[in-house]
Design a protein around this ligand. Structure first.
Ligand code: NDP
Length: 296
């Protein structure tokens, strides 16, 4: 059997088109332009690429993009002052502070200074609590993208066995909460899990968010299972730099029912969901009906 390949690039394109359509309507009917502010501290090259892509896609969706590039030696007080200004700015509906921050800055403190209603990354402690208690908040973009793809594929996820490998605050834990919210039976595995292969083989839905290149092989995958590979690992293969996931694609695709590739799977969904969250935040700020299908 060969798995269906889930085309995250095409899916993300459809999400962005849906967002753009809603934005157009908001402008026309309510004179409202959703705005996203992205704050980048320092000159990490990977972060610069992410921030540039976010800005470009924000503008392409018809929204306003505000980029704030601060020097690597910016003080915590100055960064917090900028966050407070953005919190108070009515043209800004979403605020994202690009992580990682330089070591002298306390990321937790900075993230928790963002107005939770504008926290489009969903990392503020209030949004974490809202998700854990099944209430409406802002949901982290990468797990939200995975959930959208799973709902699209399966319709209802109710009763399915889901295994999430990885328990980070940005991917593993929120992913598990979202799957629980959709009535999956959820197992969270991590580096101390015993017999991880057997745990993975119990999964109808297997989400890999580990950060270890091609760790999960086909013989860990239950025949017909859906495999969502969140991993993005840069490796050297035959003298060339390549991106691979946490799943060994060829062997897993021979067993799974459906699988996301790397690149072109989960990756493109993350920015698409950031745009969706910004739109949702703008609608909520104005007391307008939020778009269907773009939230958890
Ligand atoms: P973290 O490093 O924060 O977390 C990794 C998790 O994997 C930890 O919970 C760790 O367990 C677990 N783990 C590590 N080694 C093993 C092992 N041998 N067996 C079982 N579990 C293990 O990573 P992130 O959650 O931030 O990211 C995970 C991956 O997803 C990375 O490749 C990252 O690049 C990618 N990513 C992709 C995004 C996208 O847009 N597609 C967005 C964000 C991340 P423990 O807690 O016990 O240490």
């Amino acid at each position: 059997m060969t798995a269906r390949i889930i085309d995250g690039k095409a899916f993300a394109g459809r999400v962005r088109a849906q967002v753009a359509e809603h934005v157009e309507r908001l402008k026309r009917d309510h004179g409202l332009t959703p705005g996203l502010a992205v704050v980048l501290v320092g000159e990490d090259p990977a972060s610069e690429v992410y921030v540039r892509n976010k800005g470009r896609q924000t503008v392409e969706a018809g929204m306003a993009s505000f980029e704030h590039k601060l020097p690597a030696d910016t003080s915590e007080a100055d960064l917090l002052a900028l966050v407070r200004r953005l919190n108070a700015d009515p043209a800004v509906h979403g605020i994202l502070v690009q992580l990682p921050l330089p070591k002298h800055l306390d990321a937790e403190l900075v993230i928790n200074a963002i107005d939770p209603a504008k926290d489009v990354d969903g990392f503020h402690i209030s949004n974490v609590g809202l998700l854990a208690t099944g209430q409406k908040g802002m949901v982290p973009c990468t797990p939200l993208g995975c959930l959208m793809m799973l709902r699209d594929l399966h319709g209802s996820l109710s009763g399915m066995n889901a295994v999430v490998v990885g328990r980070s605050n940005i991917v593993g834990k929120p992913m598990a909460q979202l799957l629980l919210g959709d009535s999956c039976t959820v197992t969270i595995a991590h580096s101390r899990t015993r017999d991880l292969a057997a745990v993975c083989r119990g999964a109808d839905i297997l989400v890999a968010a580990v950060g270890r290149p091609e760790m999960i092989h086909g013989d860990w995958v239950r025949p017909g299972a859906t495999v969502i590979d969140v991993g993005i690992n840069r490796v050297e293969r035959d003298g060339a730099a390549r991106l691979v996931g946490d799943v060994h694609f060829a062997s897993a695709a021979a067993v799974a029912g459906a699988i996301t590739p790397v690149p072109g799977g989960v990756g493109p969904m993350t920015i698409a969901c950031l745009l969706a969250n910004t739109l949702t935040a703008a609608c909520r700020a104005q007391g307008l009906t939020e778009p269907k299908g773009l939230t958890a």
